[in-house]
Design a binder for this molecule. Structure first.
Ligand SMILES: [Zn+2]
Ligand SMILES: [Zn+2]
Length: 414
């Protein structure tokens, strides 16, 4: 079908604006706005006229009665104002535009395509996003970003309102935990599930503080974020320290109002606030992709455990542990102490090595390297037979872990 034949079919369907007319021919006139194409095609006498008419500055016809858009292209500047209003008071450098259209509008365009085909067209949704994106760039000087926008502005033509989706802010770094008794993340009270009750002193939490909260406090203050999510590269036991060069983490700030914060200054503020408990280093901006990578990474951990026995121990017995737990696979049923929050199942873990050093006849220090997720206290005690083999069962003496530190995370090569 010739261009002008298609035009005549479209015009016979009813009143149509230049955007909706021109949009059916977008592919034929690359780089020209649909409204200009529409204005030219509408009055062209021959196909050769069209290019000449496009180069003239023809007046664009808009219509509230357009049988496709029902007048949406007359509402664009209004919507633009509403969108910018939504973003005011926020700090952002990049954006993405989305829209929601009444379904009957998309339908009327699809019905038209059954008559004229859609080989040259641009869908209405795309034209609206493109035009609004262009106008936002012109007005604010900010750029559209399809990968990692700071905000997503949505033109909702169903409700005639603008909506905003503020993308989370990701900051990564390393933390060291200098005191025992602090969980890595917020731990909701097990009795009230976080609502607040007598048991938790109406805090809704099992523990007053967490590594997450100690790190998030100053960041939430500076960014005006709603809340935080914490992603650690593994986690240490509540009662274990995290020493050495620290553990990788990414903190996610939900709905930040400010996001271009000075991280050197932030590092000082966090370390000041969490002084003596948690220490952060190497802060930099991150993204969702790195969170996924962090989660996927499984690292071996090297622990330092202080072990005590009820009976006296010989050097031979302690040496036996070193020989026995060289690349030894063990089976661990979910420990009693965490059974209330973890599924009860049996996990197989490998102990890479154990190195022991006697402290006195009833105590020794063990350096243990184990696969990620190994329960070390239970490896030592045996957890009443739930972990097998264990230090206790290997030398047939009752052993317990008095103190546990994480010395190091070692990336495992697959
Ligand atoms: Zn229209
Ligand atoms: Zn409670």
């Amino acid at each position: 079908m010739k261009v002008l034949e298609i035009r005549d079919i479209i015009l016979s369907k009813g009143e149509i604006c230049d955007h909706c007319l021109g949009r059916q021919f977008t592919q034929l006139y690359q780089g020209v706005e649909n409204s200009k194409i529409g204005a030219a095609i509408r009055i062209a006498k021959t196909e050769e006229d069209i290019a000449k008419l496009i180069s003239k500055d023809l007046k664009v016809k808009l219509s509230k009665n357009c049988f496709i858009c029902k007048g949406i292209f007359t509402e664009m500047e209004d919507m633009l104002e509403k969108m910018l209003e939504k973003a005011s008071g926020l700090e952002w450098k990049s954006f993405l535009v989305g829209n929601k259209l009444p379904p009957e509008l998309i339908e009327s365009e699809e019905i038209l395509w059954t008559d004229i085909g859609m080989q040259y067209c641009e869908p209405i949704k795309r034209e609206i996003n493109r035009l609004l994106g262009k106008r936002i760039s012109e007005k604010t000087g900010k750029l559209a970003d399809f990968e990692n926008p700071d905000i997503i502005l949505i033109a909702n033509f169903k409700t005639k309102r603008a909506e905003i989706n503020i993308r989370p802010l990701f900051i990564k770094g390393k933390y060291r935990k200098l005191v025992r008794g602090i969980p890595q993340t917020k731990w909701p009270c097990r009795y009230c599930k976080g609502i607040g009750c007598e048991k938790c002193n109406y805090t809704g939490k099992m523990y007053k503080e967490s590594v997450e909260e100690l790190i998030a406090h100053e960041i939430l203050k500076a960014t005006g974020g709603k809340e935080s999510k914490f992603h650690g590269k593994g986690r240490e036991d509540i009662d274990a320290l995290m020493l050495g060069s620290g553990r990788d983490f990414i903190i996610e700030i939900i709905e930040p109002k400010k996001r271009y914060i000075n991280l050197d200054e932030m590092l000082r503020k966090i370390n000041d606030y969490a002084k003596g408990k948690v220490e952060v280093s190497d802060l930099s901006f991150s993204n969702k992709k790195e969170v996924i990578e962090l989660k996927a990474a499984t690292a071996d951990k090297v622990y330092e455990a202080f072990v005590s026995s009820e009976e006296s121990l010989s050097d031979e017995e302690v040496h036996k542990l070193e020989l026995f737990f060289k690349n030894r696979k063990i089976k661990q049923r979910t420990p009693k102490r965490v059974a209330h929050r973890r599924a009860d199942k049996i996990r197989e873990k490998e102990i890479r090595y154990v190195k022991c050093q006697m402290i006195n006849e009833k105590q020794f220090k063990a350096e243990i390297r184990a696969e990620s997720g190994t329960y070390i206290k239970e490896l030592i005690s045996g957890d009443e037979g739930r972990t097998e083999p264990s230090f206790s069962s290997t030398i047939n003496k009752k052993l317990s872990c008095e103190k546990l530190n994480v010395l190091e995370l070692v990336d495992v090569e697959d």
